[in-house]
Design a protein around this ligand. Structure first.
Ligand code: SF4
Length: 500
């Protein structure tokens, strides 16, 4: 299969047979995953919310440095980018003190554009962006409307390329195309694959023997690309770099906060390593097939066992197992001891964890390490990438798990029944969840360190703090009650899920 020829990324419902609707126990879920089809076919007879892949694609694209993002659609699409204006600029400047914040323009499609087509708006906006900002690249991100009215965005971009200095990158990520929001990552990478990844011309003139020699030299150089995710902080990157530097590897992080040219430069690395399979399998498989760069997609380095495993998998590739084992032993000794005071105050507390599938299960490893009891999970979607993370968890067969993108009505019902002491949840769900009146720890935070060994300590420290003072959430419960009727709480939370 060649990803290069595709104009847009396939939906994950088809490509990965991902599921978006499930309610039951972890044991039942694992059983369904082994059987295949039933998860993929399941849906709801009533749905409250879904995510939009357009907005999630912007989670990667808005971070690219020296770029302008053109949102091709009505003015409302992508408006949520305002929420990351501050962090986006600050995080870019952690990599380059001179970097601009996110620059984005909207083609502002209105009723007349819907009737007459949005192509003129797009041409005008591209020419304006190139002249006004002189960026290295212009990312043209298409929402639902251009796809519905039939704007030929790829052709417009192709025809305009010779008129502008910036490299034009079309990204087709209309929101309605998929119910698996994570398809957004593939859509963003699809644009990067089409336009930003290339080898220097000399490479193509090399013979097979030359290529083998270069492969060998690269291997000696020990350059590794780590594929970061938007939910990581710079502190997470520094922690992972510290660990891999500790066994003698040289590390580069991408795609978030990269320069456009970094995608071609990254082809010099000998190994690509995923932080989270949910984000980058589509792209890493492309780099393997087209540029012969091997990759590792296994677990995420959150929690001690997951971090141990993640480091060891990378070390095995370079035959650095002994160095890695020494490092892991030392790190675990220090960390284990430092967690004891937190274990005393957190022991036995019941936790409900909600967010991305890989994050929730790996964070549960930390919670178990802190002697807490995980009573329930809620994941945005489910696919094969959770399998290695299940292995790091003890006694979770009977733990409740709901697969739902948002759907706060299901969550409210489940939380009432499980009665946890604390909730760990994706930051996007904090608002309605606060109305449960319980302490909440964000599942990730743009300035928090949750990864690697220092991340375990940080999660423990923050959890310990939030359970001591959650008066704000208690007031929320008192004065801003959840909008669901008592009759809903009496029902099965999975009443509306239809089996596949
Ligand atoms: S119109 Fe489509 S692309 Fe725009 S926000 Fe809604 S779902 Fe997303």
């Amino acid at each position: 299969m060649s990803y290069q020829v595709e104009n847009s990324a396939p939906a994950r419902e088809e490509r990965l047979k991902a599921g978006i609707a499930f309610g039951g126990t972890c044991k039942e879920l694992k059983c369904c995953m082994k059987q295949g089809g039933c998860l993929n076919g399941a849906n709801r007879s009533f749905s409250q919310t879904y995510g939009c892949q357009f907005t999630l694609s912007l989670g990667i694209l808005n971070t690219i440095r020296n770029a302008v993002v053109i949102m091709h659609g009505p003015i409302g699409c992508g408006f949520c980018s305002t929420a990351t204006i501050g962090t986006g600029k600050a995080f870019k400047r952690l990599r380059d003190p001179q970097a601009d914040g996110t620059i984005w323009l909207s083609t502002n499609l209105d009723e007349s554009a819907v009737i007459g087509g949005g192509e003129e708006n797009l041409k005008e906006t591209i020419l304006f962006a190139d002249k006004e900002y002189r960026p290295e690249t212009i990312l043209v991100v298409s929402s639902c409307v251009p796809a519905l009215i039939g704007d030929d965005v790829d052709s417009i971009v192709e025809n305009l390329q010779s008129d502008v200095a910036a490299k034009l990158v079309p990204v087709n990520c209309e929101g309605f195309k998929t119910k698996v929001m994570a398809t957004a990552y593939d859509a963003a990478y699809n644009g990067i694959m089409k336009k930003l990844v290339d080898l220097p011309g000399e490479w193509r003139k090399l013979t097979e023997t030359d290529k083998e020699k270069i492969d060998r030299d690269y291997r000696i150089s020990r350059k590794v690309n780590i594929f970061n995710v938007g939910s990581m902080s710079r502190a997470d990157e520094l922690e992972l770099a510290r660990l891999l530097n500790g066994i003698g590897l040289e590390v580069t992080f991408l795609p978030c906060y990269s320069e456009p040219e970094d995608f071609s430069l990254s082809l010099e690395a000998v190994l690509n390593v995923s932080i989270c399979g949910t984000h980058d399998d589509y792209y890493l498989q492309f780099l393997k097939e087209r540029f012969n760069i091997p990759y590792i997609i296994d677990t995420i380095p959150i929690g001690r066992k997951n971090t141990d495993r993640w480091i060891l998998k990378i070390a095995e590739f370079f035959h650095l197992e002994e160095e890695a084992k020494l490092l892991i032993k030392k790190e675990n000794e220090i960390l284990n001891e430092s967690l004891n005071p937190f274990r005393k105050s957190l022991k036995g507390k019941k936790v409900f964890v909600s967010g991305g599938e890989v994050r929730i299960l790996s964070t549960a490893e930390v919670l178990q390490d802190l002697s807490m009891e995980v009573v329930g999970f809620k994941g945005h979607h489910i696919d094969k990438f959770v399998e290695p993370i299940f292995e790091s968890l003890a006694d979770i067969d009977d733990v409740s798990i709901n697969i739902a993108t948002q759907h706060p009505f299901e969550q409210a019902n489940i939380v009432r029944k499980l009665n946890p002491d604390v909730i760990v949840i994706h930051t996007g769900g904090n608002n309605i969840t606060a109305k449960h009146g319980l302490p909440i720890l964000p599942l990730f935070g743009p300035t928090y360190n949750y990864m690697g060994y220092s991340g375990v300590f940080e999660i423990a420290r923050r959890l310990n703090r939030v359970i001591k003072n959650y008066q704000f959430n208690k007031n929320m419960k008192k004065y801003r009650v959840l909008p669901f009727k008592e009759s809903w709480y009496e029902k099965d939370p999975y009443t509306y899920i239809k089996e596949g």
